[in-house]
Write a protein of this length. Sequence first.
Length: 479
Amino acid sequence: MLVAVGVPAIMVAVGINGLPDILRQTFDLRTARLAMLAMLVVVMGYVAEREITLRRLTSLLVEERVMTASLVNRVEELNLLLHATRAMNAALDLPHVLTEISRSAAALLRAESVVLYLLDGSAPDHLEVAAVHGPAGVEVGAAEALDAGLAGRAMHERDALLSTEDHRGARRAGVTGGVIAVPMEVRGQLVGVLQVAAGTPRDAFTEFDLRGVSVFANAAAAAIANARSYEDQLGRVASLLDADQAKDEFLTLVTHELRTPLTSMIGLLSTMSTRSTSLTPDQITEFAGIAQTQGWRLDRLIGDLLDSSRSQRRALEIHPEITPVDRVVRSAVRAVDQSTPDRDVRCEVPEGLVRVLDSDVLLRIVDNLLSNALKYTPADSPIVVRVSEEARGLRIDVVDHGDGIDPASRTALFDKFTRGADPYERGGLGLGLYVVQALAEAHAGRVEITETPGGGATFSVWLAAWSSMEPVDSPAAVD
């Protein structure tokens, strides 16, 4: 290279005449010029090659710097994704998780606004706005049809979508940098859609951003599923605690209600046993009558418990038979007269009325309705038991003249363990009316509460009944 540069330079500097004779003889002028030209071409080629090499090196350095900067950005994004995932899973309160998801998505992509949609269980063709970050142009609680925008498309296609065009929500918020909509899915079940708008703070989204937010959306869906599962578990725990408390209250109530008649019976029988010689026949008769009444009360309580259990298991059985309706109803009224002789209980039933039905069901219904009326009506208020024939059965009315029942609370009276004011003072398990309804429905009937003219409540029961045993195999419900 030095020769190629040096010889032409010397020849130019001293001229052809300045060369020694031997060189002048060897090189004529033309040959010298050609040699000089060839040497200059070599020199220029070398210089050009070095220039190209330098430019390549410069380009590689620039690319390296760009890749380094990109790698740093990606590492930062991965760190943000990691922190966002930890933050989302650190809390189990669903509203807090939703807020953290929208905030973390905006930080991860340096986006202007984020809208988090969840599937609306009550409206499967709509998405509900569950969380908003930034000027998104929508409010929490708003509903959007699945076919109305990019979020709906992402749901239908179950794929992440990147749009650089303005859409309805973007125009409202003035978004200009593109929109990403990613479905959130966990264990194959769609949870909702995460929609991120770039806005003016940054350039338009890229495919790399699309992939990154897709990974984030999967983590977000898992966090939402965990929060919902936690809420469900809390609800179940609360239900179990309520059930446990109800069980304790029920056991306390049952113990109280069963112990009261048992204590009375044991005391009376003990008195009759220890003082049999000093008691008069009238006193013995009185004590025996009271003990018998307490025994009936105990039998009613146990019967209500058994019928309630059978009803819950749908195991109530009906055994229709030829029944003297008037005798059964009058026997129930007589039992009340004996236990509460100071109450005015009247019976209105056609003489000689005979129908095919379950006599035990009829007796239990009348007995429970009378017991309920006695508890919740004044002592001087009359109670009427009225039986009438219907086209396809019997109608039993128990009419009282008490305070009446609010129409809004009538349906709740037939729920289990529902009792009026001062339950311990009035007694009972709160099963009487529940059992009445269960027995009536098992007998293809129904129960209704109406207001008694002049004040009070009338409990009406319709029971399917037949004039002979023939149609019993195919009973029809009473309208």
